[in-house]
Design a protein around this ligand. Structure first.
Ligand code: ZN
Length: 134
């Protein structure tokens, strides 16, 4: 992947993980260019298949395309940052520390990518103080 392609993916995401919305300026490790449709399953390097992702979300998603909606037990597609809008599938709790699923896709993605992992919630609490979240 070229530096300009990586930069285009980052700029399009405005420097935030396209799943958990964590800013890359405050990262604890490098961000990844994530293949939404995994390379191992034939996904390509086109910008339409790439998302800016923190390493944790990238690692938890791995090659998955589907997850389980804990509310219904249904297997549903995970959130697709190119084809779907974050705000249609997720919202913030009143205190803005917890990602809440608005749809089956949102709920399954929260579970699969662990979008409310404890270190992330603690970081959101601090980012809020600095007005960097949400
Ligand atoms: Zn993330």
């Amino acid at each position: 992947m070229s530096a300009s392609q990586r930069s285009a993916v980052r700029d399009r995401a405005e420097g935030r993980c396209e799943y958990c919305r964590f800013p890359d300026l405050i990262r604890s490790g490098p961000f990844a260019v994530e293949h939404i449709f995994p390379r191992s399953r034939g996904g390509d390097e086109s910008l339409d298949n790439l998302a800016w992702s923190c390493n944790s979300c990238n690692g938890h998603k791995a090659a998955a395309l589907e997850g389980i909606d804990q509310t219904t037990g249904e297997v549903v597609s995970l959130f697709h940052p190119r084809n779907q809008k974050w705000a249609e599938h997720f919202t913030w709790s009143d205190d803005q520390l917890i990602v809440v699923g608005r749809t089956a896709t949102g709920r399954a993605s929260i579970e699969r990518l662990r979008l409310n992992r404890e270190p992330l919630m603690e970081a959101r609490r601090l980012l809020k103080i600095w007005k960097l979240h949400p």
